[in-house]
Design a protein around this ligand. Structure first.
Ligand SMILES: *Cc1c(COP(=O)(O)O)cnc(C)c1O
Length: 348
């Protein structure tokens, strides 16, 4: 069992959090003179003169219903990127602690670690893009606080084997953060169902991918109450803006529409993968559990440039270790995929 208190930085354990006006007042009132808002209103819509709910109670209620996780186990961030930063700030002492990532993977784990002056240790994925347990074990020491597991992984597109992730959870006493940004496109089960078994597990999801709301900036972290409580204490009090909260509420009522988009995207992905595989220059389309494909192709950088000349931008990952000659291609609308395919077919 992990004692979250022992993992925390001293300054965070001792922190007296900011108490906002909205925190200190509970009850009913209709005249609000407690938060130095503009009582006359705003030049746009009236309600934006008020600070938003710092605890995002209504959103968490909906998320709780959708995910089957109690609201007290849900944290909302200004994108997953805020969750990543807050986890470092809570648990990793700058200049002392370290974190383990499994490259090639999402870049923010490393950038955010550097911003927080946290040492990054790299356990490259194996050739079949799975975590290298032995390598990871060799990197862990008493100052290793967080292991980042991105599954399905960006940019490789595959989900990691459930048993491999479970091995990590069972053998590491620090935090294990599983980033499930792409889980809705995957055949693999979410680790959300295993939160009750692992007090050191954090599962991150986001409204940016399957929910189609990258512009909104809402990231979700699911974890034990102890971890959620820490994140709540150190976050900026009003980290989710009022219009964002309103739009998120609207979107979360549309689960049927979202499920339909997920089905459509998965079908488009599988069709696109089958067609790209046919192209002579393509060496390999890696299996995808996400809404993008990693494609190994002759002269990847040249292909990237020629696509750009035709107004199609993909992600050049050809200089990333284990991804040599690879492009990462987001699944588009049918017309977009067709345009991509015809561009690829007519390339010199
Ligand atoms: C896109 C993506 C996210 C989403 O981040 P937000 O800040 O929530 O938009 C998180 N993790 C991974 C691996 C991603 O690819």
């Amino acid at each position: 069992m992990t004692d979250i208190d022992l993992l925390l930085r001293d300054n965070i354990r001792k922190l007296v959090p900011y108490a906002s006006a909205r925190d200190e007042f509970s009850g009913t009132a209709n005249i609000f003179l407690d938060a130095n808002e503009n009582s006359l209103g705003s030049p746009i819509r009236d309600q934006y003169n008020r600070y938003p709910d710092p605890h995002q109670v209504k959103i968490k209620e909906l998320v709780s219903g959708i995910k089957g996780v109690p609201a007290r186990n849900i944290f909302l961030g200004n994108g997953s990127d805020e969750c990543i930063d807050l986890l470092y700030r809570a648990f990793c002492n700058p200049g002392l602690d370290n974190t383990i990532i499994n490259p090639p993977t999402y870049g923010m784990y490393e950038v955010s670690a550097h911003i927080n002056n946290v040492e990054v240790r790299r356990a490259m994925l194996t050739a079949d893009f799975q975590p290298d347990l032995e390598k990871m074990a060799s990197l862990v020491d008493q100052h290793t606080k967080i292991i980042w597991i991105c599954s399905p992984n960006n940019p490789t597109g595959n989900a990691f084997h459930h048993q491999i992730i479970e091995m990590i959870l069972n053998n590491f006493d620090g935090l294990v953060v599983i980033d499930e940004a792409y889980i809705n496109f995957s055949r693999q089960q979410s680790f959300i169902r295993e939160l009750t078994e692992y007090p050191n597990l954090v599962v991150m999801q986001t409204l940016s991918k399957a929910w189609g709301l990258a512009g909104l900036r809402v990231g979700m972290a699911f974890a034990s109450e102890a971890i959620v409580e820490v994140l709540n204490r150190i976050k900026p009090p009003y980290n989710i803006a009022q219009p964002t909260q309103e739009l998120a509420l609207k979107a979360l009522a549309e689960t049927d529409r979202v499920n339909e988009m997920i089905r459509d995207l998965v079908a488009l992905r599988d069709k696109l993968a089958a067609e790209i595989t046919q192209l002579p220059a393509v060496e390999r389309v890696y299996p995808s559990d996400a809404n993008f494909l990693l494609v190994k192709i002759d002269r990847a950088q040249e292909v990237y440039r020629q696509l750009l000349n035709r107004g199609i931008v993909v992600r050049d990952r050809s200089r990333v270790a284990l991804c040599d000659d690879c492009l990462r291609i987001t699944v588009g609308k049918k017309e977009e995929n067709d345009a991509l395919l015809s561009a690829l077919r007519t390339m010199e």
